[in-house]
Structures are given as C-alpha cells and as structure tokens.
Design a protein around this ligand. Structure first.
Ligand SMILES: *Cc1c(COP(=O)(O)O)cnc(C)c1O
Length: 322
C-alpha cells in the first residue's frame, strides 16, 4: 500500500513509489516521452507490483515502444468521424462530445494515452459544438467522453450539461468516466449534484478489475446514485488483468454490488504498443460463454468489437449458443 498524495507522472516518480526497478528508469522515461503517464494516488495505493492486474493496466512497459503492423494510432477512426473539434458522430441518434482530452489515469492499453497538447475545448469551440448539435434534430443523446469529463470542475461540467439540456431534441445524456474508481474523491457532493440533471443522465463507469472497487470508489458511486443517477459499467478484456472466467465474474459481481450494471466488455482496440494485452476473440467468446448460466444475467455485459475503420461496434456472437 503506497500512501502518496500526488499523481505519479514520470519514470522518477514511479521509481520513487517503488513501482519500477531503478534499472528500468531510462526505458520507462522513453515510454513517457511518447505516451502520457498518470497514476492517481487512489490507484497507486491498490497496485502491489507492476505485473499484477492493476499494475499491468497503469504502469508503463518498454514493450509499448514496439508498434505491431496491425496497430494504428486511430484504431476506430474517430478522427474521420469528427465533423468538428470535440464531436464524433457515427450513429444517427447519438454523438460523442469530448470537452477535454485529459484523463485521470493513462491506461497502457488506451489509444488516448497518445500525448495530447492543449486538451481542453475553448469556449468558442464548445459554442460551435452546441450549434452543430442544435442543428441536428436526429441526435437524441449526447455522450460526454474524452479524456474524462469528470476532470472538469463541477461548475464547468454543470454549464455544459445545462447547455445540452436546453437543446429540445436531446433527450438523454451520458457521461463516460474512469474517475469513480481512479480518483473517487473528485466525485464529491458538488459533482454528484451537477450530474443530477433534469433529463435522464447515465453514468458509465470504466473499470477492469474487482480491486478497482475500493471502499472510496463505492462511496463515490453511492453519492451519485443517491441523487437518482443510474450507472452502467464498461470494461476491456485484457491479458493478465481479467482474462479468466473467475476474474470476469468477480469484476461483474463487484459492479452489481456497487449498483453498476455491466454494459459492454470491449475487445481491445489495436492501439500502438498494446500487443501484450491482446486476448484472441475466440478466447473472449469462450470466456463469455462460460459465464452464461453461471452468473446472473444482470451481471453479463455484451462483448463487443469496435471495428477498425469507423464501422462501429458489433456484438461478438457466440455461435456455441445458436
Ligand atoms: C461507442 C460509441 C457510441 C455509443 O454506442 P452505444 O452502443 O450506444 O453505447 C456512440 N458513438 C460513437 C462514435 C461510439 O464509438
């Protein structure tokens, strides 16, 4: 248990926290020059060693500097689907809005760990995004993602949610976030109040391992749930993190116990340098088939692939069942 108070952001900080060996310092610094590093204290305290299910997700590894031939910096073609800065539009009835590209924790399997310069939408860019949404009555749902929208100050996030609520055809709001487990103290009463919007808002919590559901994380979720905000869970299937039926069962049961309905289990996106996390699709399908019947249906997410080239998500079918 490391009881630091600062987010670990470079090789020296990781070495100071005992998360990397002194001899690995230069190799990890080279990774840090390419991909952002951030491990908030709440997560650092849960890591026992760099190769446990939490360490693997958050501690950089020199293997990230090797890009496999099939890997791409924009694996799901978000850029091609972006009509203007901060918006991604792939499906007729919903659009993503990314108010900032900063994240509380740079997961090593995420394509968004590519370092971003100025990661915040300006007021003018936000206004342009609202205008774009207002002009498209087919869009019924706006999904705030990033980066991580819960890194905004509650007042700023509140202003964004209010502006979206004022668009008549926007019926539903969604916030995708790693903050509830990565930095639960941020989900304080003021933030919870902001999420209690007039129109329905769904909070989608990103978590990949049972140990991410600390007492602090569960208390943070209770604060928003007490204000009537329903919660869903999304996870990524990852080698050495949750690639067994037992690990997935434990994760999904922890979600349910925290009143979070497992929604999606994502197949890994082919982001650069993430090969060490890859689990073949046939194996993922077998794992999901093993859970069916063994755990309550409430605990089962849909296993999905976000197809390369911007083609969208598809469930990975289980022919065994047909
Ligand atoms: C994943 C995603 C959504 C949300 O899809 P749901 O299946 O409704 O959760 C919306 N837009 C884009 C571009 C996405 O990648």
């Amino acid at each position: 248990m490391r009881l630091g108070t600062k987010t670990l952001r470079d090789a020296d900080a990781l070495r100071g926290a005992g998360l990397i060996a002194p001899a690995a310092r230069d190799a990890i610094a080279a990774v840090g020059a390419r991909y952002a590093i951030a491990i908030p204290p709440a997560l650092a305290g849960l890591i026992e060693h760099a190769d446990d299910p939490l360490g693997r997700q958050f501690v950089p590894d020199p293997a990230e500097l090797i890009t496999a031939p099939h890997e791409s910096a924009d694996p799901i073609a978000d850029e091609a689907l972006s009509p203007l800065k901060g918006i991604v539009h792939r499906y007729p009835d919903r659009a993503l809005l990314k108010p900032l590209l900063i994240c509380p924790v740079y997961c090593r399997f995420c394509f968004r760990r590519e370092q971003v310069g100025d990661g915040v939408l300006t007021a003018a860019e936000l206004d342009a995004a609202y205008d774009w949404l207002r002009a498209r009555p087919a869009i019924r749902e706006v999904i705030l993602t990033g980066g991580d929208p819960l890194l905004l100050a509650p007042r700023r996030l509140g202003a964004i949610l209010q502006a979206l609520e004022a668009i008549p055809h926007v019926e539903t709001l969604r916030v995708h976030s790693r903050v509830p487990v990565a930095d639960p103290a941020r989900l304080n009463a003021a933030m919870a109040e902001v999420l209690a919007t007039e129109k329905p808002l769904w909070l989608v919590v990103h978590a990949n391992h049972v140990r991410e559901f600390s007492a602090e994380a569960r208390a943070a979720l209770r604060r928003v749930q007490a204000r009537g905000v329903p919660c869903l869970g999304q996870s990524v299937l990852l080698r050495g993190v949750n690639d067994s039926a037992q690990a997935l069962e434990d994760l999904f049961r922890a979600m349910l116990a925290a009143r979070v309905k497992p929604y999606y289990l994502h197949h890994l996106d082919a982001a650069p340098g993430t090969a060490r996390f890859a689990v073949p699709m046939a194996e993922g399908r077998r794992l999901m088939a093993a859970l069916r019947g063994r755990v309550t249906g409430l605990a089962l997410p849909t296993y999905v692939l976000d197809r390369p080239g911007g083609l969208g998500k598809v469930p990975i079918a289980t022919p065994e069942h047909v």
